[in-house]
Design a protein around this ligand. Structure first.
Ligand code: ATP
Length: 458
């Protein structure tokens, strides 16, 4: 019998699993580590790649109103003047004047201690209870220098968001993509922010990957498209297995809105530390294109060749974090249950997200079973990520696969040697069915294409 025993997942458990199974390592670990910076190991790379591939599939491949872009991380410094980042990409920093001298984000401390980012009242150091300094605005952009000398004027920035790479290419794309509004440009890439208080594992780091869309529409249609994108993006997470009641849409209040935005809603996930932002969906109006037109001198507008109408499109921006999404998928998937008196940890990931789809295991390490299992594995791995494992007892090998979220296991046993059938084990139900080797790949591909929902309780 199997049954889920406990739904509450702690971040520590997920961190421990990531370490134990080589998903994620501390960066520069042999030098003592670099704070809140992480390296992705084998399964981490495969999982994050699957998250990004599902995003590409949904927002580019399965639409005909979106094109892809991959802009450089380094951009002309004037970009950040035009975008408002040089002036306004800041967080309010307060420092403890008591014992610990730690630095904090004032808005976060207000939220924690007074229930709102802008709530009035006294706040104290969350670590030692000391008094806090007056806030000062701290710019989050990482600055570096281009060229061999550090002279003034050579400063450039690591991009704090991928979005600006899209806006500055608006004209190029319009020329080559043969699209007219409504149409979008999608991009995945690294972004860097010198966060005051990074933390919660890969939830908030100083280097991370964003998956961003800028969707250009006629000004009148912007509110409707904003709503549409909120629905589409919510659906993406739920179709990939995130339980609906662990997701919510939260509209920004007027005080919270960024300088460019007329409306923003966040998709939030119920992380172990509470509901927190997974993705922001903003209606940016025509702010960005107008700013870049002003600063660059280029006309950034759409001219309808039939009617001769010209206008600056408005922009809807669904902006997600690939690492944050990966963390949400892992937290939502993490489960423990008792099976025949023993606890097993299992990642109940959507099969399309799972790093490995199938593990092929010989029951015993003799009687031709390892060779047969290897042969089946080699036939499968060209069609889907597969693993072949002979090390340790069959129970131990399955526990390993459960922890990395492998949805299906194939066992080669003595009967296989007689009739060319294997057992196919389901990660979630633990059901085992007998199937002919010749039908295996087709059956797995059929299962991979099926809709899936989490067996974890709502
Ligand atoms: P926050 O208020 O949490 O600092 P934000 O509203 O500034 O976030 P956006 O600028 O809207 O975040 O970024 C879009 C997405 O990029 C976020 O929803 C998140 O998924 C991801 N993201 C932003 N900052 C980080 C970070 N420091 N580490 C990891 N992911 C991040």
């Amino acid at each position: 019998m199997s049954g889920t025993t406990e739904d509450k997942v702690t971040l520590d458990e997920v961190v421990a699993l990531c370490k134990r199974r080589g998903f994620i390592f501390q960066s520069s670990e042999i030098y003592g580590g670099l704070g809140s910076t992480y390296d992705y190991g084998h399964y981490g790379v495969l999982l994050k790649n699957n998250v990004k591939a599902e995003w590409w599939r949904e927002v580019v491949q399965e639409r005909d109103d979106m094109v892809a872009l991959d802009a450089a991380i380094l951009m002309h410094p004037r970009v950040w003047e035009a975008s408002g980042h040089l002036e306004g990409f800041t967080d309010p920093l307060v420092q403890c004047l008591g014992k610990c001298k730690k630095r904090w984000r004032e808005d976060h401390v207000r939220e924690q201690q007074l229930g709102g980012e802008d709530a009035e009242g006294e706040i104290r150091c969350p670590e030692c209870g000391g008094e806090l300094s007056e806030p000062r605005q701290f710019n989050l952009m990482f600055e570096t220098h281009m060229g061999p000398t550090k002279e003034s004027g050579s400063e450039i920035y690591l991009r704090p968001e991928t979005a600006q790479g899209i806006f500055v290419n608006f004209k190029n794309v319009l020329q080559f993509a043969r699209k007219k509004p409504p149409f979008g440009i999608a991009q995945i890439g690294k972004a860097f922010r010198n966060e005051i208080t990074p933390g919660n594992f890969i939830f908030r780091t100083r280097e991370f990957e964003q998956m961003e869309i800028e969707f250009f529409v006629t000004p009148d249609d912007a509110p409707e498209w904003h709503k549409r994108w909120m629905d589409e993006r919510m659906r993406w997470y739920t179709e990939l297995g995130i339980r609906e009641d662990h997701l919510r849409l939260r509209e920004h209040g007027p005080d919270e809105l960024s300088h460019y935005s007329s409306a923003t809603s966040d998709i939030e996930y119920l992380f172990p530390m509470g509901f927190s932002e997974l993705e922001g969906i903003a209606n940016r109006g025509d702010f960005d294109l107008r700013q870049h037109a002003k600063f660059s001198g280029e006309k950034l507008e759409y001219v309808d060749s039939a009617s001769g109408d010209r206008y600056v499109p408005h922009v809807i921006e669904p902006s997600a974090g690939a690492d944050r999404a990966m963390l949400a998928f892992m937290v939502d998937a993490y489960d423990r249950e008792e099976v025949e008196g023993r606890e097993r940890v299992v990642l109940r990931l959507h099969p399309r997200l799972a790093p490995v789809k199938v593990a092929v295991l010989p029951l015993v390490n003799k009687d031709g079973q390892p060779e047969k299992a290897r042969e089946i594995y080699e036939a499968l791995r060209g069609r889907m990520p597969a693993e072949y494992d002979t090390g340790g007892s069959i129970g131990k090998r399955y526990r390993r696969q459960d922890e990395i979220g492998t949805p299906w296991g194939v066992t080669v046993d003595h009967q296989t040697m007689e009739d060319d059938t294997v057992t196919l084990r389901d990660r979630d139900s633990l059901e085992q069915t007998r199937i002919a080797v010749a039908e295996l790949a087709g059956e797995l591909e059929r299962r991979l294409a099926e809709p899936w929902s989490s067996p974890k309780p709502r």
